[in-house]
Design a protein around this ligand. Structure first.
Ligand code: GLC
Ligand code: CA
Length: 555
């Protein structure tokens, strides 16, 4: 097993728009992040990943970039960025940016040029096709955010491809000039000292020859077989790594959309020299059967264990992944996998114990360290996310669900859940901003906030700190061999990890009632416990409270 800083390091994802607003205009910004660097350091995290901070008309909150080498004015200036980078490094942390290279904004100069005429030199930066029969789109591809993936351009009589919103035209990676442009932009930031990139929907960059129709199967399958893992994706990634990333002390984290465990090694096995790691969607989507909002199933622990296992088996020591239970694209982890009411505190801590002891680089999302929960938006005017809004509008046409049902579905799985402002204290808007924020603050900020948890020894926040510290001091958390016990148990998740003489056992109760487990191991130390009590009798019978988790040192 190759040891490396990025394997043991913890990634903390910041969604800048919602993190901290320094100038009270309702929008988080870079100076807001600078103000909180000591806080971040105090968490014992190592790598800060910023969601996009580049110029953008914000159709998809910065994931639609109009200039790769400038800072979104709402977020601040290049000076602010340089200060942020320097101050992050001074504290011994690293800074990673979000590279959105599958598509840009339709307000990017490249697209504005491309639209001018069919022989414009930028035309071939994008995917253009003639209409199909009767002027229909060239094929049946659906956008990730609803509707056709093709938009008609009146002026030229052709369609362009956008796998996301209409304002996010896909870049044509077949064109070597496009690749050069992206590499240039990467070098621009790496030369400033940035430590690497999280790569947005990177498995989608190579399109299939002739844009074949998608078969009539679930959307996840379409993503895997038709959109992602295209014929040249590995060639492009190797080129990018060879020409750019490998020239710096930088690392890469791929968003593994459409990558299953069979395919993953091709991207992240060490000997492939492509990417350092990826986070996959199997856990993140384990409660979603098909579409984001539809057919959501309930949480099933055995299914989750199965997913962790198949990824463990597939990666072995050959490759590496990151592990996340949430990010800016999913509802809050405690609301999805735990209990955000009665056992809020216990379940938030227990879930983190699981996450921090699984294989892979630990990837946490802002606000989870205080157990932020889903929000209930009261009406559609409060919804800000383009994916949710498209779903809502679509439903107005199809009338599949009532308006109330549609809003309920948005409240359950929608991305705004994770994007509400970070709750710093119990002052107006949770201390995020004096002005009404761009997206409503969760009204529970009076109870769930950083300040309150700072002073509470028993808080989720202080538990995160404790756990991250213990994890840093014990390599077995990161590199240990995994051994699972009682796999079929639907309530308890139990496993051991061992590295040389160091052994730990993790016992997690996912149920809201008490549970019993018989341990045959000899326990030498309780490393972490989310309750004050640990009940074990002389025969090794452990009595677990609802959502109790313990991490034990064993002989
Ligand atoms: C990724 C991002 C998501 C964005 C999409 C399009 O999935 O995480 O927020 O909407 O790509 O860029
Ligand atoms: Ca601001």
């Amino acid at each position: 097993m190759e040891l490396s800083w990025f394997k043991k390091g913890t990634i903390y994802q910041i969604y800048p728009r919602s993190f901290n607003d320094s100038n009270n205009d309702g929008i988080g910004d870079l100076r807001g992040i600078i103000e909180k660097l000591d806080y971040l350091k105090s968490l014992h995290v190592d790598i800060l990943w910023l969601s996009p901070i580049f110029s953008s008309p914000n159709d998809d909150n910065g994931y639609d970039i109009s200039d790769y080498c400038s800072i979104m004015p709402e977020f601040g200036s290049m000076d602010d960025f340089e200060e942020l980078l320097e101050q992050t490094h001074q504290r011994g942390m690293r800074l990673v940016l979000d590279l959105v290279a599958n598509h840009c904004s339709d307000e990017h100069r490249w697209f504005e040029e491309a639209k001018k005429s069919k022989d414009n030199p930028y035309r071939d930066y994008f995917h253009w096709r003639k209409p199909g029969n009767d002027g229909e789109p060239p094929n049946n591809w659906k956008s990730f955010f609803g509707g056709s993936a093709w938009e008609f351009d009146e002026a030229s009589g052709e369609y362009y491809l956008h796998l996301f919103t209409r304002k996010q035209p896909d870049l044509n990676w077949e064109n070597p000039k496009v690749r050069q442009e992206i590499y240039e932009a990467m070098r621009f930031w790496l030369d400033k000292g940035v430590d690497g990139f999280r790569m947005d929907v990177i498995p989608l960059i190579s399109k299939r020859e002739g844009y074949p129709d998608a078969p009539n199967v679930g959307f996840r399958k379409v993503i895997e077989d038709v959109y992602a893992n295209g014929p040249r994706v590995h060639e492009y990634l190797r080129e990018m790594t060879e020409k750019v990333i490998s020239k710096y002390d930088a690392f890469s984290l791929a968003e593994g959309v459409g990558i299953n465990h069979h395919e993953a090694g091709l991207y992240v096995n060490h000997d492939r020299k492509e990417l350092n790691m990826l986070y996959h969607f199997d856990i993140l989507e384990c409660t979603i059967v098909n579409g984001k909002f539809e057919e959501s199933s309930v949480f099933d622990l055995v299914n989750m264990k199965r997913i962790f296992k198949r990824w463990r088996d597939a990666m072995g020591n050959k490759g590496w992944i990151a592990n996340a239970l949430g990010n800016h694209d999913f509802a809050r982890m405690v609301s999805r996998f735990g209990d955000d009411k009665k056992y809020w505190k216990q379940s938030a801590k227990m879930l983190f114990m699981m996450q921090a002891t699984q294989n892979g680089t630990l990837n946490i999302y802002q606000g989870d360290e205080i157990g932020m929960t889903n929000i209930t938006l009261e009406n559609v005017e409060e919804v800000k996310d383009v994916q949710s809004l498209n779903f809502y509008e679509d439903n107005l046409k199809t009338k599949r669900y009532s308006k109330e049902e549609a809003l309920q579905m948005i409240n359950k799985e929608g991305r705004d859940n994770a994007r509400t402002p970070v709750q710093w204290n119990d002052e107006i808007n949770g201390g995020f901003s004096i002005k009404a924020p761009w997206l409503k603050t969760n009204p529970n900020y009076d109870k769930i906030n950083v300040e309150r948890q700072e002073d509470d020894e028993d808080s989720i926040l202080n538990f995160y700190r404790k756990l991250l510290k213990v994890r840093k001091e014990n390599d077995v958390f990161v590199y240990g061999d995994f051994e699972e016990l009682d796999f079929g148990n639907p309530n308890l998740y139990i496993y051991k990890k061992s590295l040389g003489d160091d052994k730990i056992m993790v016992v997690l109760n996912f149920d809201d009632t008490g549970m019993v487990f018989n341990a045959s191991e000899s326990i030498s130390e309780i490393l972490l416990n989310n309750y004050s009590d640990f009940k074990i009798d002389n025969d090794g019978k452990i009595d677990l409270e609802p959502y109790q988790g313990v991490i034990l040192k064993i002989n």
